[in-house]
Design a binder for this molecule. Structure first.
Ligand SMILES: C[S@@+](CC[C@H](N)C(=O)[O-])C[C@H]1O[C@@H](n2cnc3c(N)ncnc32)[C@H](O)[C@@H]1O
Length: 247
């Protein structure tokens, strides 16, 4: 996400829709688009560096790569990635461009957001929803992760994701709807950990540092890393990586 600056083109409303989590508004500002959800500025198309890192760093960590495209064990099984939610599609496009990724499940609760990817937002997801490697699940991520992990392997409800990439809010301390907060608590983290493969990595996006959340991650996972991503103005975005869930 990028913060709106004073030098930006005045946004115009493209569409308003009743959403599952409150009203959704798609705005255009010059060549860019913005999503306002439940009265909160949630995402725009201006930058996307941290949303791409969220996926790339998680997949590389699962494969034990250093992110340079070199190293790693080689000959690995194609990686399975879970992305919640879709937003403007930076994370999805990044997953599909990663050479090690074989399957991507996208969980998005807002039909309007999905619909915008057949229209104005398509350039940012690069048509990824039509890719045969992608399964779109129109559902609340909390319901998906709370479902029985013994569901068939390969289903969104099943376990065995090498990267679970969580970006449904502005961060653990700044959720778009109150119910989402559960995912960042002890119970939610345990549900997310159940979705991971043995080599799996949980990646969590945040607009700014969330030290309390990082401490909590460390109680649930043996290896935790915080990756700051500088933004043009203000506090860096943060990507938290967690692996090796504690028994
Ligand atoms: C910040 S945007 C995601 C940005 C995305 N990483 C990208 O690259 O554009 C958050 C998305 O999560 C969706 N979302 C919010 N709460 C959700 C939930 N509980 N379950 C599923 N999707 C949710 C929103 O509708 C929105 O599309």
């Amino acid at each position: 996400m990028d913060v709106i600056g004073e030098d930006r083109a005045e946004p115009v409303v493209v569409e308003r829709a009743a959403g599952v989590g409150g009203e959704l508004v798609l705005r255009r500002a010059g060549a860019d688009y913005e999503i306002i959800s439940n009265g909160m500025f949630l995402m725009d198309t201006r930058n996307g560096e941290s949303e791409r890192l969220l996926v790339r760093a998680a997949v590389d960590a699962a494969l034990d790569r250093d992110g340079s495209g070199t190293g790693g064990r080689g000959g690995e099984k194609p990686a399975r990635v879970l992305i919640g939610g879709l937003g403007v599609g930076f994370s999805l496009a990044e997953a599909l461009s990663h050479p090690a990724v074989g399957h991507v499940t996208v969980v998005e609760r807002e039909p309007a957001v999905v619909g915008w990817h057949a229209g104005p937002l398509r350039p940012w997801s690069r048509g990824g929803l039509d890719d045969p490697r992608v399964a779109l699940v129109r559902a609340d991520l909390l319901d998906v992760v709370a479902a029985d992990p013994a569901a068939p392997a390969g289903s969104a409800q099943g376990a065995g994701f090498d990267a679970v990439c969580l970006d449904i809010d502005n961060g653990p301390d700044w959720t778009v709807t109150p119910g989402n907060a559960r995912l960042y608590g002890p119970d939610g983290l345990d549900l997310l950990a159940r979705r991971l493969s043995p080599r799996g990595v949980l990646a969590v996006w945040s607009a700014g540092a969330a030290p309390g959340f990082q401490d909590l991650l460390a109680t649930r996972f043996a290896r935790v890393e915080a990756l700051p991503v500088p933004v043009p103005r203000g506090e860096p975005d943060m990507v938290y990586l967690a692996r090796s869930p504690r028994p």
